[in-house]
Design a protein around this ligand. Structure first.
Ligand code: FAD
Length: 528
């Protein structure tokens, strides 16, 4: 059946309701943008796939009030262990890193299927339902916006208009195909496998264990229910074998080396892994996010977290442009900020993956002889563990070269994530400077005493000012007394000024034509 229907208009058409599309829909809806989110599948994914939520993603979820639920329902890891040829070579604890970086200074196992259900439920609470069995067939860019052809659940073809289209449609993205951005990079010969097992052994002690031997590698993540774990490893396909690979095809030597006794396998799946980044993330009114934009090995559990980071980065920029609250040039910063990170990430995970899987006598020698000597030494240094945690947790992502980044104060430059600082106030209550980001709006922070001119600028611009009485903990976090930090809705510093200069703040706001969501809601439209 091919029934043309009256075009439906929305601000943003989101194609794909994986974690990336769902996060984008949630942030946009919370900011008052009308979204339409479609997915060709009948229901959310029922297998866990990606497993870990990193600190930076939890900070984003915290803005939506979802982080505490994840922490309660997940399993926290405070240390990663390395085993080489059955010998425990190193342990890197993350719970002794000194001043914490984040309210979430740990790695959290919270499987993707649980997360997708949580995001769908949160979206439904806001009155948005994912349109299931609804597939993007094609789209074209118009002078203003896009027109998309969509196949709906009843088999009809519908024409749909939107100001923007967001391709969150995964590795085989139709949006990317139509944009012809290409997806340069390569593929790995190895297949990955994931297995949810029941069993026992020292590796199920609530920490992450990574084991390598001369041929294989294995990562073990204990799950919430005691005696259960997710195993992730690589296997080589025998070219002569055409049947689907099974658990019995896994070389169990590295598992035996860990003295892991697998009693039952509840889920087993293999998947091909690539290292590729799309040629561009934006063309006109169309954007690529998540797996549609970049693919990499699961080493470090970065894939899903990066997609959610893309979604948050784009959401506030799209909302501000749609609501005429910022210079539309901001949309170019989505690509410049996120493609640079994706390219670095693909290169790093590629090197890590090559290290754990490389064959040949030299690679074997490095992995089995040199690494067990060098890695414990490296992990011994707290500064190195801090660096590793900042990197893996995505807390270290920064955008110093962005059009949006200006100024510096203390150790903080425009484009840095606002350093997290925590202290105990006079009433013995624990406070921190991330308390107010659920507003999803620009805000000005002053650690100390803001000038009258700064107060007056904030009042006249509808910019919320958070003035925190100066504490030594702020100095330790790298913040500067009496400086001003203009913080973006995604918790990155746009502009910083050590002297707390109101004139420089006004110039930054005017240069980028920034108006706040708060002022927009108060003066233009109710968001409900
Ligand atoms: C078996 C398996 C194990 C994995 N393990 C890990 C891991 O351990 N760690 C890790 O980081 N990553 C892992 N991944 C990758 C991780 O799952 C992805 O990075 C993550 O799902 C990306 O989210 P996304 O929302 O960008 O894309 P996806 O989750 O792929 O979602 C895309 C959505 O778009 C929909 N869609 C596609 N085309 C259309 C269309 N034309 N119209 C409408 N809808 C469409 C799809 O139905 C899908 O729901 C694994 C993947 C698999 C398959």
């Amino acid at each position: 059946m091919n029934t043309e229907q009256t075009p439906k208009a929305s601000d943003v058409l989101i194609v794909g309701a994986g974690p990336t599309g769902l996060a984008l829909a949630l942030f946009l809806t919370r900011m008052g943008v009308r979204v339409r989110i479609i997915d060709k599948t009948a229901e959310p994914g029922t297998t866990s796939r990606a497993l870990v939520l990193h600190a930076r993603t939890l900070e984003f979820y915290d803005q939506l009030g979802l982080a505490d639920g994840c922490v309660e329902g997940g399993t926290k890891f405070n240390a990663v262990n390395l085993w080489v040829n059955g010998r425990h070579a190193a342990r890197a604890p993350f719970d002794d890193l000194g001043d914490p970086f984040s309210r979430f200074s740990f790695i959290l196992v919270y499987p993707q299927d649980k997360q997708e259900r949580m995001l769908v439920a949160a979206l439904e609470k806001l009155g948005v339902t994912v349109e299931r069995r609804t597939e993007l067939v094609s789209f074209e860019q118009l002078d203003a916006g896009v027109s998309a052809q969509i196949k709906t659940a009843d088999g009809a073809t519908e024409s749909c208009r939107a100001a923007y289209i967001a391709g969150c449609d995964g590795a085989h993205s139709k949006v990317r195909e139509q944009l012809r951005t290409g997806l340069p990079g390569g593929d790995y010969a190895e297949l990955f496998y994931g297995a949810d097992i029941e069993g026992k052994g020292a590796a199920l002690n609530g920490e992450v264990h990574i084991a390598i031997d001369d041929a294989d590698f294995l990562a073990v993540f204990a799950m919430k229910e005691s005696g259960t774990a997710r195993l992730i490893g690589a296997l080589r396909r025998d070219p002569a074998k055409t049947a689907e690979l099974q658990w019995s095809d896994v070389n169990t030597r590295v598992i035996d080396h860990l003295k892991l006794d697998v009693a039952k396998v509840n889920w087993f799946s293999t998947y091909r892994v690539h290292h590729r980044v799309a040629g561009s993330f934006r063309q006109g009114s169309a954007f690529l996010l998540g797996d549609a934009a970049h693919l990499h090995s699961p080493v470090g559990g970065q894939g899903m977290n990066t997609g959610i980071g893309d979604a948050v980065n784009l959401a506030w920029k799209l909302a501000a442009v749609i609501q005429n609250r910022i210079d539309p040039a901001v949309l170019d910063t989505y690509q410049s900020e996120r493609i640079a990170f994706a390219q670095r990430l693909v290169a790093t995970t590629d090197r890590a993956f090559a290290f754990v899987t490389a064959r040949g006598p030299i690679a074997k020698r490095v992995r089995l002889t040199v690494a067990p000597l060098v890695i414990p030494l490296i992990f011994h240094f707290r500064a190195i563990r801090r660096f590793l945690f900042r990197t893996i947790s995505q807390i270290g992502i920064r955008y110093p070269d962005s059009w949006l980044s200006a100024g510096h104060a203390g150790a903080v430059r425009g484009g840095d994530r606002l350093p997290w600082a925590q202290w105990v106030d006079g009433g013995a209550t624990r406070r921190d400077n991330y308390e107010f980001f659920s507003s999803l709006d620009w805000q000005l922070h002053c650690y100390g005493e803001p000038s009258d001119a700064v107060r007056a600028t904030c009042a006249s611009r509808g910019l919320t000012l958070h003035a925190f009485a100066w504490r030594p903990e702020m100095n330790q976090a790298g913040l500067h007394r009496n400086a001003i930090y203009l913080v973006r809705p995604d918790e990155y510093v746009g502009f910083a000024d050590a002297g707390g200069d109101a004139g420089a703040l006004v110039r930054y706001l005017d240069q980028h034509h920034i108006a706040t969501l708060h002022a927009y809601v108060d003066h233009r439209l109710p968001l409900e």
